[in-house]
Design a protein around this ligand. Structure first.
Ligand code: CUK
Ligand code: CUA
Length: 644
């Protein structure tokens, strides 16, 4: 049953409490309000976010977990955390990094033979069809080690990690194109595309930026590395990006930060001690025709192969009228394309204005080859004024934008002012501002960057929490604040501490679009979605030995682990396949053997395996790690390791 408290009403409250067997009078509510020091407005706000037991949320948010390298899932409006998803960092609850199947996924993220056990996640993105979220796949980038991970929203597990073969860092991803043909990942800090040493003095010649277009197979949910390509760009520190949609479908837009090409200490071609990276009043918005470039990349004549990866040189992109620059206010953060694809809003954090570019104006300049000049690399520059629809003065430190279901309505975060501003990108009028606590980075609308924004709420992803929560030491949780945008004035409803890394960006989807499974087909390897070679049914449990290799085919079901005794010789290489025979919803078991640093989470139907060398002698209890039934503690056995 869904209950809506739109207005404080003691009559309604006492009726519904009476229905649950509790009796509350208006007097009791007044007493609680008095005791807790709540105003009537507080109670209304609480009622707008409160979910009675069993009631679910209207929206689901996928938030980056920053330096934790994970994804955080929570519901709106309740702001209840539902899950952490292991992505670039091992996560023991899910067995992620502790069973063999997930280790294989994590190892896809090895770079030049090195295992990397963390990530700096920034921008999650939901897969799209016609620019609308379809609830199938989630992609997220790692800025520190330029990688993209793909999470399957059928089971909320990470299925693939790809390493960018030419970038050395990547901040401007992940962004799906409107039919999920590609995922955009822009480089950040320019570096040589090859893996060799090049002195910083060679910055202009040997260092490069760019945008990688990862080819995405939407059906399989897999990035196709061989069909992906990178568009070479000058060493301008390309940054946040967005894909065109609707009228601008086929094009991509990427900001840049350091068109001065300042390199710190030694400034290339410039006298030292200048203001460095923000000396110029403008940086460049990169505009590129990824669809055309994707066609060009199929012909070997048009690409350089670097680290086994296709790179389209700048000259080729320019020659084919597929790469342009437009001056934009310096040090920009977000570039956000409107739901219809016609307006492109850029916020430069050192400028108080938001700049709204108009696609039809840009397209006209491109089609008529009307250029204002060329950059040092020969890329045509389009006139800023002629590309602009207009600018709006918003406040200090505008960063990112989200859209709502009202035509022309846009919401922008103001980092320095610690505010969210609501304005209209067509009329360029500011409509409302609300204070947030404190220093907002990204903001998250409900499907707020899709072709079909839902309105209703904005979440402010604040960089600082300062005094909002209980002091838990010098490292504070971050603060996500839920704002009701359904009225004329914005109303800040509630704070939620986010205690797992810095959630740079979050994306929200209508909950009804998600169709998570509750069980796997029996014997499934969840990381590959195929039947596991170690699938074991009841009665098939066995121990096989081949020399010093021991394979155990085991089952788990309430309330036994079968087999219950395993004896091996010291030095044996042990692989244990575990199949959860349960079909009941939520009947997960876990499995571990003490001292061997292994753990598997076994959801109904899943087969996972653990592998180790039995190099220490002794008796090691193994047991189920999920409290699964009244006989949970009895779900155990012994691994006996003897010196032969
Ligand atoms: S972001 Cu990642 S550091 Cu997306 Cu605003 Cu600034
Ligand atoms: Cu199975 Cu506890």
């Amino acid at each position: 049953m869904k209950r809506h408290f739109t207005k404080f009403s003691s009559v309604l409250l006492s009726v519904s409490l009476a229905a649950s067997g509790l009796v509350a009078s208006g007097g009791e509510l007044a007493e609680v309000m008095k005791k807790r020091g709540l105003s009537e407005l507080d109670v209304v706000r609480a009622a707008k976010t409160y979910n009675p037991s069993g009631v679910k949320d209207e929206f689901v948010v996928f938030s980056s977990a920053g330096q934790a390298g994970q994804v955080i899932v929570y519901g709106v409006p309740s702001m209840r955390i539902l899950k952490y998803i292991g992505v670039f960092t091992p996560e023991p609850w899910q067995g992620y990094g502790f069973d063999e199947e997930s280790k294989k996924v994590l190892r896809q993220g090895n770079i030049r033979g090195r295992e990397i056990n963390w990530g700096d996640t920034h921008h999650p993105a939901l897969s799209e069809i016609d620019g609308k979220y379809d609830g199938k796949w989630l992609a997220i980038n790692d800025k520190a080690n330029p990688r993209i991970a793909i999470i399957d929203l059928a089971d909320f597990e990470t299925k693939q990690i790809v390493v960018n073969p030419v970038f050395k860092s990547a901040h401007g991803g992940a962004f799906f194109t409107q039919n999920s043909d590609y995922i955009i990942e822009a480089c950040q800090y320019a570096a040589p595309f090859d893996n060799n040493y090049h002195p910083i003095e060679d910055y202009k010649e040997a260092y490069r930026g760019g945008v990688t277009m990862w080819k995405f197979d939407h059906k399989k949910g897999k990035i196709q590395e061989k069909e992906s390509f990178t568009i070479e760009m000058p060493p301008y520190m390309q940054d946040l990006s967005d894909s065109g949609k609707g009228v601008s479908d086929g094009w991509g837009f990427t900001n840049s930060v350091n068109t001065e090409m300042y390199t710190g200490g030694i400034e290339v071609g410039m006298p030292p001690n200048e203001a460095g990276m923000s000396r110029n009043d403008t940086d460049f918005l990169h505009v590129y025709n990824w669809r055309k470039l994707g066609e060009l990349a199929k012909d070997p004549k048009n690409v350089k192969i670097i680290n086994d990866h296709k790179v389209i040189p700048m000259e080729i992109a320019v020659k084919n009228n597929a790469l342009f620059l437009i001056p934009e206010p310096k040090s920009p953060h977000g570039v956000d394309v409107s739901p219809d694809g016609e307006y492109i809003t850029v916020c430069g954090k050192l400028d108080t204005h938001a700049s709204v570019f108009k696609w039809s104006k840009i397209k006209k300049l491109i089609d008529s080859k009307e250029y204002a000049g060329k950059d040092p690399y020969g890329i045509p520059i389009l006139d800023m004024k002629k590309s602009l629809h207009g600018q709006a003065e918003l406040g200090l430190g505008p960063l990112h934008n989200q859209y709502s279901n009202v035509d022309g309505e846009i919401y922008t975060s103001l980092y320095v002012d610690s505010q969210i501003v609501k304005w209209n990108y067509k009329t360029l009028k500011v409509l409302d501002k609300v204070n947030v606590h404190y220093n907002v980075g990204h903001l998250c609308g409900m499907e707020g960057k899709s072709a079909d924004p839902q309105g209703k709420y904005i979440i402010s992803l604040n960089k600082l929490a300062i005094d909002r929560f209980q002091n838990v030491g010098p490292l504070h949780p971050q603060n996500h604040q839920l704002i009701d945008i359904s009225g004329k004035k914005m109303d800040l409803l509630v704070d939620m501490p986010l205690p797992l890394g810095e959630p740079h960006q979050a994306v929200a989807i209508r909950a009804e679009k998600l169709h998570g499974h509750v069980r796997y087909p029996m014997g499934t390897n969840s990381r590959t979605d195929s039947i596991h070679e170690g699938k074991t049914l009841a009665g098939q449990e066995r121990i096989e030995r081949d020399g010093n290799k021991v394979k155990i085919y085991a089952t788990v079901v309430r309330s036994h682990i079968n087999p219950e005794r395993i004896t091996v010789n010291k030095g044996d290489e042990v692989t244990m396949y575990l199949t959860n025979l349960e079909r009941a919803q939520d009947e997960a078991h876990g499995f571990t053997i003490g001292h061997y640093n292994v753990h598997a989470s076994l959801e109904p139907g899943k087969t996972a395996s653990i592998k180790f060398t039995a190099d220490i002698e002794g008796v090691f209890p193994y047991y189920c790690t999920e409290f699964c039934s009244a006989l949970h503690l009895e779900m155990m056995g012994y691994l006996m390791v003897k010196d032969p």
